[in-house]
Ligand binder design. Structure first.
Ligand code: S3P
Length: 179
């Protein structure tokens, strides 16, 4: 836990874990600003993330992601929803942990696979090849799971729960940590 209660809450986790949905509701609940780093990247680059991946590649995307993350962590009273790969760079994690209570939204792989299937084509890393999404998810989670764990202050499971219930758990635990 951070020494002083930070002025932001950041949500991390795999694609489909509910970062944007929960983040928007959590911001409303707290009366804070909602910041979605994927949306900010799309604004800056002027196209969708799948198009940017296809034309400029993943490294260019990660560079933009780091610039945006370092910029937004200077703010306060905001809920920050990150992209699923935000934990891949140490400088991102360091900036998030200093400025935010970092909450890892954990989700069972079968649930992630169902959720990402609802928006086909939106996630370039899950749609590039022939392999089923669940196989890709399991492989990526083997690498990323430990990164999400070590980057976070709190874990909250979203697998079989409505977003509102997840929001209430985060608020409860944020208030408990701060008292
Ligand atoms: C990515 C997750 C996506 C987006 C990009 C890369 C990742 O965000 O940033 O497609 O590497 O996991 P969501 O987690 O919001 O889908």
């Amino acid at each position: 836990m951070p020494e002083e209660m930070p002025g932001n809450i950041t949500l991390i986790g795999f694609m489909g874990s509910g970062k944007s949905t929960v983040g928007r509701l959590l911001a409303q609940r707290l009366g804070w600003r909602f910041t979605d780093t994927d949306h900010l990247i799309e604004k800056v680059v002027g196209c969708s993330i799948p198009t940017y991946f296809a034309t400029e590649g993943e490294t260019a995307f990660r560079d933009k992601e780091t610039t945006i993350l370092l910029g937004v962590t200077a703010g306060e009273r905001q809920v920050i929803a990150t992209g699923g790969g935000a934990v891949l760079r140490e400088e991102n994690v360091a900036a998030l942990r200093t400025s935010s209570l970092v909450v890892y939204l954990t989700t069972r792989p079968d649930v992630l696979a169902k959720r990402v299937a609802r928006r086909p084509g939106e996630r370039p890393l899950l749609t590039a090849g022939e392999e089923p999404a669940l196989t890709l998810i399991l492989r990526m989670l083997a690498t990323r799971g430990p990164l999400y764990q070590s980057a976070s202050h709190l874990l909250v499971d979203t697998s079989d729960r409505a977003p509102g219930a997840v929001v209430e758990e985060i608020v409860r635990r944020y208030q408990r940590e701060g008292s």
